[in-house]
Each structure stands twice: as structure tokens, then as C-alpha cells.
Ligand binder design. Structure first.
Ligand code: HEM
Length: 139
């Protein structure tokens, strides 16, 4: 009887553990504050990258910042609605290439690393951004 009770409580414990909700990507990125810090970090890196900064010469940076935060928030499952242009629209005429894309992605990775975002969450975000490659490059 005693061992039956022990088994039963172990089973209940297992069920309870399984029901503990896992943090979603938005939470793992640090929610609004984390995504804002990540975006600011990324903008800082872009500003100091002589190989890509020229693309942003005519860009309204406060607007770009706001839209990037919105986009990362929505993409990661947060409570935001992206209100900017499509990726095709906003990158047409910029004539971006693979090297530009890789540099931006590498800046994002280093921003995520510096912010201590878990490795799995970093990969999840990158996997959400990767399909945008053809929408951004060669336009
Ligand atoms: C997955 C990769 C990328 C994402 C998610 C992304 C996201 C965005 C977003 C949300 C906007 C604002 C859209 C709007 O104005 O309505 C934007 C615009 C812009 N992006 Fe990207 N972008 C990506 C790749 C790149 C790369 C690789 C570069 C250049 C190195 C770049 C340069 C720009 C520039 C210059 C603008 C502003 C265009 C303007 O002034 O109208 N983007 N991007």
C-alpha cells in the first residue's frame, strides 16, 4: 500500500512537471525590454560596421528601430503587430547581397550572445529570420 502511494505521488509529480509551461521565444528574448536592448545593440553594431552602414544612409533610424522591435516581438510570439512594409518592399532598391545579410545576422548573433540569450532561443530566432533571405537579397 505504501509503495503504491509512493508510485502514485511520483506519477502526479511527473504530470505536474510536464505541465509547467516552457517559456516561449518572446519570453526567452527578455520580452519587450530584452528585444528593445537587442535592437539597440544591433543598431550600434550596424553603425560601426563600415561594410554595411552606407545602406542606412537615407534611413529614418528611429522608425527603423521601432519597426524592427515590432517585427522581432511579433515573430517571437509577443503581443505586437508589425506595422511596417513587407520585406520585399522595404529592401527593394538596396541591392543587398549575401555578405550584407551575413554581416547583419552575425551582428544579431553577437548581440544575443552578449545579452545572454539561451543558445536554443538564438537558433529559434535565426530560423525564423532565415526564410526572409530571398525577400531581402538581390532586390
Ligand atoms: C532577415 C533579415 C532582415 C530583417 C528581418 C530586416 C528587417 C527590416 C525592417 C523591419 C525594416 C523596416 C521596414 C519598413 O521600413 O517599413 C527594414 C528596413 C531596412 N533594412 Fe532590413 N532587414 C533584414 C536584412 C537587412 C540587411 C541584410 C540589410 C543591409 C545590410 C538591411 C537594410 C535595411 C535598410 C537600409 C532598411 C531601411 C530602408 C528605408 O530606409 O526605407 N536589412 N529591414
Amino acid at each position: 500500500m505504501k509503495s503504491l502511494l509512493i508510485l502514485l505521488s511520483m506519477a502526479l509529480l511527473l504530470v505536474a512537471c510536464n505541465q509547467t509551461p516552457k517559456p516561449n521565444l518572446y519570453q526567452q528574448l527578455g520580452e519587450e525590454a530584452g528585444i528593445t536592448a537587442l535592437t539597440d545593440h544591433l543598431l550600434h553594431q550596424i553603425e560601426h560596421d563600415p561594410l554595411i552602414v552606407h545602406h542606412f544612409r537615407d534611413t529614418d533610424i528611429p522608425r527603423f528601430r521601432r519597426l524592427l522591435i515590432e517585427q522581432l516581438c511579433e515573430l517571437s510570439g509577443g503581443p505586437c503587430v508589425y506595422s511596417g512594409a513587407t520585406m520585399e518592399e522595404s529592401h527593394t532598391g538596396l541591392n543587398l547581397n549575401t555578405r550584407d545579410f551575413d554581416r547583419l545576422v552575425n551582428h544579431l548573433i553577437s548581440a544575443m550572445q552578449q545579452q545572454g540569450i539561451p543558445y536554443g532561443a538564438q537558433n529559434q530566432l535565426l530560423a525564423l529570420l532565415a526564410p526572409m533571405y530571398p525577400e531581402v537579397i538581390g532586390r
